[in-house]
Structure formats: C-alpha cells, structure tokens
Design a protein around this ligand. Structure first.
Ligand code: GKR
Ligand code: MG
Length: 423
C-alpha cells in the first residue's frame, strides 16, 4: 500500500468558509498485489486523513481485494465508528475515516477490473451511459490562478486559462466566467457557488446567468447553508422557476425541511444528509429532494450505489458533489456516473480550476460537457510517475497540512471569521 500526498495549484476561489489556498491537497493511494497489479484511488488530503491511511496499512496488507465486505469490516473493527457530526460545519466534509473506506473501495475495484479485464462501471452493475455529463462550477474569485502563479499573473495565458485568472466579484464577472468555462468545456448546466456576498448580490448573479444563458440551461446555486430559514424562503421565492435546484440554502435537516415546505424549487444537499446515519432523519423530516452523492464522502463507489438505492426507494433524486480533484477521482466519478441509473443530473466537478494532472495523457478532455468513460480495465487510468513526483514536491514545498479557508481569507481580510449562519 503506497500513500502519496500531493498538492495541485488552485485559484483564490471564495466560498462560505473563506478562500481557497494557492494549493489544494489530495492523497493518492496505490494497492499493489502479489501478482503485479496496481489499484489506484485519490482522496482529499489532510494530515488527519493521511494518518488514518498510514494506520490502515497494517490491516490492509495481505487481505483479498476481491472481498470488500471482509476488508471493510476489518477497517471498521480497527478504527471504530466515525460520528456523522464529525462532518463539521464547513462547506466540505471533514471526516477522515470515511476517506479510508473510499480509498480502499476504489483501489480494490480498480484491481478487480484489471484482474477481470472489465471497467469499474461494469463491476458496479453495468454501463447505463458512456458519456457522463458534468456541470460548469462557477466561483466568485479574486484575481490570480493559484499555485506557482499566486503572486503574479501569466501574461501569455489564452482562452479559459486567461479567464481562470480573472477576478469575478459581481454579476458581470460571473457571467464572463461562465461564458469562458462553457466555451472551453461545453457544459450544458451551470452551478454558482454562493455564500460569499449578501443574498441580493448573489441572486442578482443568478438572474444575470439566466438572462445570459436562457431558460434551457439548468442553473444551480449553493450558499453552503449560510442563510437562515427566513432568508432562504425570502430569496428562494425571488428565484422560483429559475433554478434546477437550490443547494443547501440553510443548515440542518429541520431547517431545510421548513424551507422545502415553503418553496417549489427542489432542494439538494451535501451538507445536511451526508452519511447513512443521516438517512432516517432525512426521510422523517423531508429535508431535501436531491441527495448529492460523492464517493469520497459516502465511503466509496459501492456505498454511493447503496445510497442510490435508498434514493430510489424514498423518491429522492441523486446528483453529485465535488471538491477539487485530479484525474483518478475524475475517472472514479465518471465510472459512477456511467453505472448509476438514477444519477440523472449533470455531475459537479472542480476540474476546470486545475491545470496540472497526475495521470498518463495529462488533462482529461470534456466534449459537450461530458467525459467519455475511460477505455481499459478498472478505472482506465495510469499514474504518470514524473507528474506525481512533481505534485508531491509541491505538497512538500507548500507546507499545508489541511484545508483552512478561514486562515486564507484572513490574509486578504484581516480578522475575517467564518459564521455558520451569516444572513
Ligand atoms: O471548494 O469551495 C469549495 C466548495 O465550497 C466545496 O468545499 C463544497 O464542498 O463544492 C462544495 C459544495 O458544497 O457543493
Ligand atoms: Mg454544495
């Protein structure tokens, strides 16, 4: 079992918890078998996750990668339970143990696919779509592209690479960003990350997007639970009929349920229903219409398929959440998108915001907003060792040990504080 922490350049993107650092952290996990196969996985990187992955090594090595249930129960017996509340109140999920399960699940599936010469999507039940649609993911941002460019701009950048380093702090900036991203990747749906400015400003940006792209381009908006129930209803009513879904306007299942009773717009979540322990509360309260799966946070691709069955039973839609990621995660997300019959929304991805890659062949191509299921067995991707070494060197040099958007924001706005409910 090899564990390699990496850092990839990331622009100064704003969100409810502050600002992205110049690098985002990921960790690459490789499982090597005694007959020479290597299974890959990629998870969010942090000292807490890496420590747990290291601690898992002694119980993983020597196990059968084809017996997932046995491996998962050994992991659970070793580490104990991780409470749903360990998710925390930030936009991203801060649990660590679930990442160990996710990494092992994906790497074991990659191994099985390679051993039997079939794609991971086949092992998840079969391919229902070869071309998996993704959504544009817009962010308010400061000027800059992140990474090595964090203290300056690349004057030679063209197209999306040039647009990516532009600031976007008002509706015109957001619309310009959307045009550049859609032109480059062909996305057919658009999401705006909110929770950064007063609701009136962000709602104006949504209306500007609607004006610019028309009613046929589905729009999503995600204030990451920074609004009170009253604010959610007040502003939600002003954009009734405009959104495909409104994501986590307010915090917690009961608040989401109250908001849902008042609005016709479907509500989606990656904040109030994020684990199997949360499902009974979701059904009882009726907190959302759509659950955003993310194999990193639900404990792997097979766990996401289990979630999909729950969603089918309880009449929930399924869409997909994303954090910053590289090509191994993109391949895993695409296999899940290819195999899940009821994943009928375009998937979220942060992929356009990065420019580096750690897989052979470099950056993955999007056509018409879609990623075509990779050819080849397993996940269908191979590690580019030289690129992995560079990304690991970035990790060593940037000296980040966890994601802390509040600290990054304080570098720009001294004294800035995260608030669980701001408006
Ligand atoms: O990367 O800033 C970000 C996002 O806000 C991310 O942390 C969230 O987890 O993409 C996310 C979401 O809530 O949909
Ligand atoms: Mg969200």
């Amino acid at each position: 079992m090899r564990i390699t922490p990496i850092a990839l350049g990331d622009p100064p993107l704003l969100n409810a918890a502050g600002l992205h650092a110049p690098y985002c952290l990921r960790t690459v996990v490789e499982l090597l078998t005694d007959d020479g196969l290597t299974g890959l996985a990629e998870v969010p990187g942090s000292a807490a996750i890496n420590t747990k992955l290291e601690a898992a090594r002694e119980i993983v090595v020597g196990r059968d990668p084809l017996n997932w249930h046995a491996l998962r129960s050994v992991v659970r017996a070793h580490f104990g339970r991780e409470a749903a509340a360990a998710r925390g109140d930030k936009p991203w999920d801060q649990r660590a143990l679930v990442q160990v399960e996710s990494a092992l699940d994906v790497a074991c599936l990659d191994l099985a696919g390679r051993a039997f010469n079939v794609p991971v999507a086949t092992l998840l039940g079969g391919i229902v779509r070869e071309r998996v649609p993704y959504s544009a993911y817009l962010f308010y941002k400061y000027e800059g592209a992140g990474g090595d460019w964090c203290f300056g701009l690349d004057p030679n950048a063209r197209g999306w690479a040039a647009a990516r380093q532009q600031p976007a702090l008002d509706p015109a900036g957001i619309v310009a960003q959307a045009h550049a991203m859609v032109k480059e990747f062909g996305f057919q749906s658009i999401k705006l990350k909110g929770g950064c400015f007063e609701p009136a400003e962000e709602v104006a940006a949504i209306k500007a997007l609607r004006e610019a792209f028309g009613p046929d381009v589905p729009l999503r908006f995600d204030p990451n639970a920074l609004w009170s129930v009253e604010t959610s209803i007040k502003w939600g009513l002003k954009i009734e009929g405009v959104l495909e879904y409104l994501e986590d306007p307010c915090r917690g299942q009961e608040s989401m349920a109250a908001c849902r009773r008042a609005l016709k717009t479907p509500l989606a979540t990656n904040m109030c229903t994020t684990s199997f322990d949360d499902l009974p509360g979701s059904v009882r309260s009726g907190s959302e219409d759509i659950i955003l799966t993310d194999h990193h946070f639900w404990g792997g691709l097979r766990a996401s398929m289990e979630l999909a069955a729950h969603c089918r039973t309880f009449d929930r839609g399924v869409s997909m959440h994303s954090n910053n990621h590289a090509g191994i995660s993109l391949a895993a997300m695409t296999h899940l998108g290819a195999a899940m019959p009821n994943l009928t929304y375009a998937l979220d991805t942060h992929y356009p915001w990065q420019w580096e890659e750690i897989i052979v062949g470099g950056r993955v191509k999007f056509e018409g907003g879609c990623v075509t299921l990779p050819k080849g067995p397993g996940l269908g991707v191979e590690l580019d060792r030289a690129a992995l070494a560079r990304a690991h060197e970035n990790f060593r040099r940037c000296a980040l040990t966890e994601r802390n958007d509040e600290v990054e924001m304080q570098k720009k706005v001294p004294g800035w504080k995260f608030a669980a409910t701001r408006w």
